[in-house]
Design a protein around this ligand. Structure first.
Ligand code: 7RM
Length: 632
């Protein structure tokens, strides 16, 4: 069943996928349930850009996630949900139960006016209903746009408006560690400026008091009592939109990355099965939130397509204490565990007895995603969690790639700490130099591009196809540009070195520096600001903001508080700067461009060699910034 079993087989599969990509993917796609098979496997043009997979094919992804498993695995657990509070019971939903819950939810959506092609925003806590709502959208052919429930009302508003969603699904509130988040009131605030929204469907989770607006807001449980659980799957074209997911880039507002039904389905399942070397009856746990691409592909779609048991966790790694992940691994006998380096580093910094008191003997495969994993964290993960007997798959990929692109196959590919190692079959990475020339051979470094289409690649950016072309397909002609720098070592193994654009990765969350600058600029005392990333022990990168103020005679502690409040309101608490420095000027060239290279060096604390500063309009600002740098 599409599974590679040895490193030799990997190399064979890889060569085949390059020799005959269409034949290769047609064979993988053949194992799914299609209403109608394709006429043509692939049509592509990276200049347009236009990429179409399995043309003319008809399907519904939820029939592949649910219906097709009912006969043989209907009673198998599909979703194993672990609540925030360890004293609340976990919930097991079998494939049969999940199928019926998805169909009922789909009927609620229909009752509330949802139709094929509509965009539906999901702003929800990590409850089973979030996975169910996601699949319910796909069931009726509506496009889901999941917005991480840590984003602010403004961010939610922008995303709803960009995709002109007509329905939003939310909850009264969400539990996150010791805190609750008032989701419904955040939605209410956003909806003051969202004319396209006709309905909000509200899950009761925390039981807190909320305002329900007559004619707009309905309770999910009341709606569910009015529908049955029979809902035929909408027949979708392979290239119909499945979902949009917003992600930050180096300029402007976050863009809606669009994925389509057929190709995404094939690649989600294929990559899941092979990277993790999934075996029937494995308990699989990805700790991400469904609000990110990792949750879409490797909590919901990939595992369910493969008929696996996928664990969903509502809470945070440190509640009630920093042993919670390991508690859950033992409690549910997790075999495959997939998390982010930032979580590993945070837990590594806690008392080791929180790890030692757990057996962790069910674990077989460990995964890492979201940012480069430093060697120290890799070894700790390997030794303390994997006890030296679990391969670590360091998976490199992006919202735009839909699925894992470069990664070891667990137990098959030789491992090198901090290396994502080798591309999956069907993925053709290449490195390019500053002039756009491909760098051939090994022991080289350059910008990472992909030179051939793969089934789950981005199709467009919602509502603005030109932006998709500009951002991903214009830097290097005929290639998809990832925005990442990369080294290919003497063995041909890939190591991602980090972003080469103005995107920073804070605890695995992507932000454009321009996006954070725009938020800080909204503070009335800020004239101009420049934001850069700097190395941060736990978060990977921290956010360093340099701000020019109208009134420089401010109480700095108060000012920092206010900036944090502003950024929290405009983006969300995850984008708060770690350090803020008030400056009188920014290092600008004569043409007005901020020399971020200098600001990055100062933020890093490396002021000895700032490189060439001769093109600066006023070199004295650098001295002032150096002297006032907030280093600790
Ligand atoms: C899955 C995800 C994408 C960016 C990407 C990289 C960085 C992700 C790794 C990594 C080094 C990894 N999607 N990144 N995985 N860097 N090693 N294994 O994270 O769209 O949110 O972010 O994350 O810079 O371009 S994302």
């Amino acid at each position: 069943m599409n599974k590679i079993n040895s490193i030799e087989e990997y190399h064979e599969e890889y060569s085949k996928s390059v020799r005959d990509p269409e034949g290769f993917w047609a064979e993988k796609a053949d194992t799914f349930l299609w209403k109608k098979k394709w006429n043509e496997v692939l049509e592509w043009d990276f200049d347009a850009p236009s990429v179409k997979w399995f043309m003319g094919a008809k399907l519904n992804i939820t029939e592949n996630c649910l219906d097709r498993h009912l006969e043989n695995s209907g009673d198998k657990v599909a979703i194993l949900w672990e609540p925030n509070d360890p004293n609340e019971s976990s919930i097991k939903l079998t494939y049969k139960e999940l199928h019926s819950r998805v169909c009922a939810f789909a009927n609620v959506l229909k009752r509330n006016g949802a139709k094929k092609g509509d965009r539906i925003c999901l702003y929800m806590p990590m409850t089973p209903e979030l996975a169910i709502a996601t699949l319910a959208c796909a069931r009726i052919g509506a496009v889901h746009s999941v917005v991480f429930a840590g984003f602010s009302a403004r961010s939610l508003e922008d995303r709803i408006n960009d995709a002109t969603c007509n329905i939003v699904v939310t909850a009264d509130g969400g539990f996150r560690g010791a805190k609750t988040i008032q989701l419904k009131s955040i939605v209410d605030k956003a909806l003051e400026n969202c004319p396209s929204i006709e309905r909000s469907i509200v899950l009761k989770r925390t039981g807190e008091e909320v305002k329900m607006e007559a004619g707009r807001d309905v309770w999910l449980h009341e709606e569910l009592s009015r529908v049955d659980d029979v809902c035929p799957a909408e027949i979708m074209d392979s290239e119909d939109m499945l979902f949009v997911l917003y992600t930050s880039g180096s300029t402007g507002k976050p863009k809606g990355v669009v994925h389509t039904c057929g190709g995404y389905m094939v690649y989600a399942e294929y990559s899941f099965r092979n990277v993790f070397q999934y075996e029937k009856d494995d308990i699989y746990w990805c700790t991400a939130d469904i609000g990110w691409i990792t949750g879409h592909t490797y909590i919901v779609y990939g595992p369910l397509l493969a008929g696996a048991t996928t664990v969903m966790f509502e809470g945070v790694p440190t509640y009630p204490d920093a042993g919670r992940f390991w508690d859950i691994c033992d409690k549910h006998k997790v075999n495959i565990f997939y998390t982010a380096p930032t979580a590993i580093r945070a837990l590594q910094a806690c008392d080791i007895s929180l790890v030692k008191k757990h057996k962790l003997d069910s674990l077989r495969v460990l995964g890492s995603v979201g940012e480069p994993i430093n060697e120290e964290a890799w070894h700790w993960y390997n030794d303390e969690i994997g006890k030296g007997r679990c391969p670590i798959v360091d998976t490199w990929w992006q919202t735009e790639t839909g699925g894992i692109m470069i990664s070891p196959l667990a137990g098959l590919t030789p491992l090198k700490p901090s290396y994502a190692t080798l591309p999956l079959p069907g993925i053709q990475p290449c490195l390019v130099d500053a002039d756009g020339n491909e760098i051939v051979g090994n022991d080289v470094q350059g910008n990472l591009c992909i030179k051939y289409p793969w089934p789950s690649m981005i199709r467009t950016t919602y509502g603005d196809h030109n932006r998709c072309k500009e951002v991903y397909f214009s830097a290097y002609k005929g290639k998809y540009f990832t925005g990442d720098g990369c080294r290919r070592d003497e063995d041909g193994f890939y190591r991602i070195t980090g972003r080469v654009d103005d995107v920073i990765n804070v605890s695995g969350h992507r932000f454009g520096t321009a996006e954070i600058e725009a938020a800080i600029d909204e503070h009335e005392n800020v004239v101009e600001t420049a934001v850069v990333g700097y190395p941060h022990e736990i978060k990977g990168q921290g956010i360093y903001a340099y701000a020019i103020c109208h009134d420089t005679n401010v109480d700095i502690a108060l000012f920092i508080q206010e900036i944090n409040k502003t950024v929290t309101e405009i983006i969300g608490p995850i984008a708060k700067p770690d350090k803020i420095q008030i400056v009188h000027g920014l290092p600008k060239t004569r043409s007005g461009k901020i020399m971020r290279r200098i600001l990055r060096k100062i933020a890093e604390g490396d002021v000895s060699n700032l490189g060439d500063t001769s093109t600066l309009l006023d070199p004295s600002v650098v001295e002032e910034i150096k002297a006032g740098a907030s280093l600790e």
